[in-house]
Design a protein around this ligand. Structure first.
Ligand code: GLN
Length: 486
């Protein structure tokens, strides 16, 4: 199946392909490939085919089939869809069925997308490899011994393996951009406030954003124009007009000034990644961009700051899973306090417990000023670094990850090494700015490498256009892993 959304979309719009045929093809690919990849936690084939049939019927009777015209989209299993699971990759929500649609699910349905399947993730989106899921370890379609990245690893692997053209993930510290990079596809974290999180199970509320995965920039633009925009049910969602991203995505940007930060090319960066990113800089130069060195001096604090802020917010957000309001309730309990403790001890996995303990500690009366408040102060400085840099450049270009995909099990015994996976992605969440990952090369062993574009708040249009400029003169995005070849 071609994972190039633009072609698939054209075939649907022209009537050359029906949504039913496309969804059936996806279901066949899933049946053939997902036994190995394990990208999905749940598939409701009958429901997907019924959605597709309804969209085809609308088109055949001359009504609008919506912006998506029946393209299938997979949703990470922490984004609620009415009647479907929302396990968040956790035992504690194993039997939870969502009674309502998230904002993004509502928007996608209204625009004629077929919601096909629930994709795997690290438990409560905490992780960088998909190994923290309570249910399955998703595998990287490029090398089944390797991790697809995380936490939205299932969404990335499903698109990369050609089982679906589009999917949604959530990105709190890199969980869209990092798996997109490791799986060789496009992924985008929008500006904080651009997309409503109503119906996204909260991890760290001041950082979480929902965003797209696609095989090409056009697909990301298509999803963005459907899901962005104000929603009064998420008080952080911003009331700004939503540009028609697909209309502008092919317009090159003239006089582009691109910043390259010296702090992004330091020890720990794999030479193959550095080489590919530097080559991408030259591609932009040849397209007429001016490359300007910028400095983000506080980047070196971003891992420490992020893990303080994210864990603190997680410890508060996850207190709702107590076996009463939601989730698993232990059978082995005496009084109420014991029941809470036993339910949570049985329901949460190790990484989630680690974050809850870290966050509770950082928020406790004696340590709040020293840890949590200090982290917030440094967070502000990290944002100021970006504000200063964007005075002189339109975009900042960097690696997405320090290396290409690592082996499953390679980093699980060393949480810090796992946290360092996110060193290039975390600061965009801390600053609230948008970031996009696009394929820019392959390692000597054939694993994908990603290029990150960062822009000022609400510059999604610029990021997509700049990414498309690069995509239109390179062909990294058209390579597919062997498993995805029909
Ligand atoms: N890997 C980071 C974490 O574990 C980021 C996860 C995310 O963006 N959801 O917190």
């Amino acid at each position: 199946m071609p994972t190039i959304t633009r072609q698939l979309h054209q075939s649907l719009l022209s009537g050359a392909v029906t949504s039913t045929a496309l969804v059936q093809r996806c279901l066949n690919q899933i049946a053939a490939r997902d036994g190995q990849v394990k990208a999905f936690l749940q598939i409701d084939a009958d429901n997907a085919l019924a959605q597709a049939a309804a969209i085809d019927a609308r088109r055949q009777s001359g009504q609008s089939a919506g912006r998506f015209a029946g393209l299938p989209v997979g949703l990470k299993d922490n984004i609620c869809v009415m009647g479907a699971t929302a396990t968040c990759g956790s035992r504690i929500l194993e039997n939870f069925i969502s009674p309502y649609d998230s904002h993004v699910a509502e928007r996608l349905k209204a625009e004629g997308a077929v919601l096909l399947g629930r994709t795997n993730l690290d438990e409560f989106a905490m992780g960088s490899s998909c190994e923290n899921s309570a249910f399955a370890v998703t595998r990287n379609p490029w090398d089944l011994e390797r991790a697809p990245g995380g936490s939205s690893g299932g969404s990335a692997a499903a698109v990369s393996a050609g089982m679906l053209p589009l999917s949604l993930g959530s990105d709190t510290g890199g969980s869209i951009r990092q798996p997109a990079a490791l799986c060789g596809i496009v992924g985008m974290k929008p500006t904080y406030g651009r997309v409503s999180r109503y119906g996204l199970v909260a991890y760290a509320s001041s950082l979480d954003q929902i965003g797209p995965f696609a095989g090409d920039v056009y697909g990301a633009a298509l999803i963005m124009e459907a899901i962005a925009g104000h929603d009064r049910r998420d008080s952080t969602s911003v009331n700004l007009p939503v540009p028609s991203y697909t209309q502008t995505v092919d317009q090159p940007l003239a006089g582009l000034k691109i910043g390259v930060a010296r702090e992004h090319f330091v020890e720990g960066l794999d030479p193959a990644v550095e080489q590919s990113v530097r080559a991408a800089i030259e591609v932009y130069r040849s397209l007429g961009a001016t490359i300007i060195e910028v400095s983000l001096p506080r980047s070196r604090y971003c891992v420490a700051v992020y893990y303080m802020v994210a864990s603190s917010e997680a410890s508060s957000n996850l207190s709702r899973f107590d076996g009463v309001h939601y989730g698993h309730r232990s059978e082995n309990h005496g009084n109420l306090a014991e029941m809470y403790a036993a339910s949570r001890a049985e329901g949460f996995g190790d990484e989630v417990k680690r974050r809850i303990m870290l966050g509770t500690y950082a928020l406790s009366a004696g340590y709040y000023d020293a840890y949590y408040k200090k982290a917030l102060q440094v967070r502000r400085l990290i944002r100021e670094d970006f504000d200063a840099a964007f005075q002189s450049v339109d975009l900042i270009l960097s690696p997405v990850t320090p290396s290409s995909a690592f082996k499953i099990g390679e980093l699980t015994s060393d949480p810090l090494a796992m946290y360092l996976q996110d060193i290039y992605t975390l600061s965009a969440n801390l600053a609230g700015i948008p970031g996009l990952s696009i394929p820019c090369g392959y390692s000597p062993s054939g694993l994908p490498i990603g290029l990150q574009l960062l822009g000022p708040h609400f510059s999604e249009d610029r990021l997509l256009r700049a990414a498309r400029m690069y995509e239109s003169v390179t062909d990294w995005h058209s390579r597919r892993p062997a498993i995805a070849v029909d």
